[in-house]
Ligand binder design. Sequence first.
Ligand code: DUC
Ligand code: ZN
Ligand code: ZN
Length: 458
Amino acid sequence: MSLLIKNGRIITAAKDYIADVFIDKEKITLIDTALNSTADRIIDAKNKYVIPGGVDVHTHLDMPLGEITSSDDFETGTRAAAFGGTTTIIDYATQTRETSMRAALDSWFKKAEGKAVIDYGFHIIITHLQSENSDEIGEMIKEGVTSFKLFMAYPNSLMVDDEIILKVMRRSAEFGGLVCIHAEDGLAIEKIVKKTLTEGKTIPIYHALTRPTTAERDAVVRAIELSQRANTPVYIVHVSSNDALEQIAIARGSGIKVFAETCPQYLFLSLDDMNVPGFDGAKFVLTPPLREKWNQEKLWDGLRKDTLQIVSTDHCPFNYKHQKEIGLNDFTKIPNGGPGIENRIHLIYQGGVNEGRISLNRWVKITSTAPAKMFGLFPRKGTIAVGSDADIIIWDPEKEHVISAKTHHMNVDYSLYEGMMIKGDADIVISRGDVIVEDGKFYGKPGRGNYLKRGTYV
Ligand code: DUC
Ligand code: ZN
Ligand code: ZN
């Protein structure tokens, strides 16, 4: 199967030009003006943008949490991602306290197999090391799992101490791996939570009020210090506040290799969204929590100045009915996380490009190119170039739609962005040469997504 995309405006992280793109099977094989090659299908992309498929490096599909599981599996979640123009994800395989990294990885391979409709890779969430001289990290890196997440929050479940963080950083550095940190001071938060519960405060907004920005800031500082001791870069996931951002900016300003992502929820939503009657605030129980609104503009500024390099989703959906409701009488029991895998590219286009905060090139860079580079997928993913996988969005900058749970494709019963109008939409989404979404219809097959053995970070 060959495809010829004619007359489109090709936008990459660095370039913006009109040309034709020829795709042979799964790869881009030619880019030039006025290509006359014959192809099985010709797509006219006049007045449209031709951009690389999105790369979302932070998702939690089919993720167990106590008795429940995040509501999108690899089929529904990756299909929703495709509708939103994302053609690659990196999902977090979670090691339990009882099992090895190998077991976590094998379990996530099974979850994805036969289901994923776009390409996928994995990070591992490490909760413990099997033994002092464990070679598990080296083994994972050989399998193409080249990044690891460690939690500084959630004592008694996911949290690891500084000794483990240091060990993982050192071991991973030997192989060129990248350590990703959930930076919140779990012990400080635990004390505030206990006090808040004894005062009888149980409604959803207390989830946010018990996790102050100072807890995020202090953990960021500690994570950076540990990475300096281990002499390795560090990647801070889901940065939510200006307090944390400032510390990253200071460190980067002094030449330290600290990288960071934020997520649309911290750019568009705030504590005000939780301040609603009844239990509805539970929809917005995310960790780190939503912050005071003024933080949003600081985070956009961080994206502009490259203090933040990437926008991922932290897609971790739980239905309001029966799942979020587990915490009806106690905010600590509300499952943490929200949906977003389908909305990322649209939201960053609307808030970033349409509202004049970032350029088209920067939009492509932070949603596709930078994540592909950071996590060892570039130039196979994250750009439009000869030799790259033909993962392409044909984007109509004029097409409008309103985000709603009634029309989204994520398997979850609410939207964080209900009613938000977006100008700009994907007409066609191509994954390794296959048109998988066109005019709002899905053409991909479950299982067509390939596992991506990743390289180390660039
Ligand atoms: N951290 C995540 O990355 N996702 C969901 C909840 C959390 O604490
Ligand atoms: Zn986290
Ligand atoms: Zn996450």
